[in-house]
Design a protein around this ligand. Sequence first.
Ligand code: ADP
Ligand code: NI
Length: 203
Amino acid sequence: MIDELVLEAAEQYAQDFFAQDASGHDWHHTMRVRRTAVRIAAEEGADEGIVALAALLHDVDDAKLSPQTTEGLLNARSFMEEQGVSEDVCNAVLAAIREVSFTKNGASAPSSVEAACVRDADRLDAIGAIGVARAFAFGGAHGRALHDPSGADQTATTDHFHDKLFKLKDLMCTNAGSRIADHRDAVTREFLDEFLREWDGEA
Ligand code: ADP
Ligand code: NI
């Protein structure tokens, strides 16, 4: 069991950590991942406390924001030590956080159902209406084009749909995650179809 106070402290810790960031790896992303991960955990029979804590801490050692702590997950680790979280729980949370990353873990199977819940929830936040919004926010923050019909500019945001977003549905690790992904994937594809029709003056 994880004390509710620890979860509240983790929420505050994540909020403070992301206070400066507008890249899409923000506090609201963390809170959405938590809600979705706990929803999946309830369906999968996973430990909801571990899932919630791992979700809250999953980006506080992100390589883009805190490269010096990424390898050892030092921010998450010291937060939990300061909170007096037991070693077992701490290890379970750290394992789940390590297994979230798309770049590092690709399609490899998570080592626990808790890790699966958090990974699916993080990936789910990249598709559907929110995922589309995040992709264009990311593109805007990096000065990228919305779309490049010639296909020459492979950094246009619509390219990201093919490079990553459309692949996520098949990378879900839980049944609940797959079901949610089916819906969000359909929304994402419908968005891009409409976008391209409007681009061509057809809608
Ligand atoms: P993760 O930590 O899940 O691997 P990223 O840091 O890669 O996520 O991306 C954070 C958000 O920014 C996601 O919603 C992702 O789809 C979006 N994003 C990442 N790279 C691009 C890109 N090249 N173009 C548009 N959106 C991107
Ligand atoms: Ni994340």
